[in-house]
Design a protein. Sequence first.
Length: 131
Amino acid sequence: MKKILFLVIIFTLLTGISEVVNHPGIADAENNQAAKAITGNSKKGKYFYKDMCRHCHMPDSPHKELTPMTKTMDQWKRYFKLKYFLHHNNIVDPQKDNKPLTELVTPEIIIHIKTFLIKHAADSDQPQTCG
Ligand code: HEC
């Protein structure tokens, strides 16, 4: 009887340990998040573009009209890498309580907007004229 009890205890311990060792969740979740952060979400990007960019870049705007088709995919990538911050660094947005653009448009939001603009750029599969 003692022997059986002993075996049951060992068995429970072993299965318990193997469950912990085989748990795959944590590393996978981190990888997924990293992948998402790099690619962004085009639908969210479109929403953010309309909310945060378009009013300053309408056809009658002094800052030039923009749509995803204004640039090619490579030109958008280069623009965000080299010029976006130069152009928008010291700007406040009158339509958003005169808050600085750098505060309103966070790095995460920029990733979504960039994804949207690249996905519908002039030389993309689905060019889009409206923002
Ligand atoms: C408060 C107004 C304002 C908002 C909001 C704004 N911009 Fe601008 N944008 C400017 C100004 C000012 C320039 C500087 C260039 C100029 O006036 O010719 C500029 C320039 C640009 C240019 C370069 C145009 C060209 O071909 O020379 C691009 C591209 C651009 N903005 C994209 C964006 C994106 C993307 C967003 C949203 C995240 C955005 N802008 C939000 C004011 C704004």
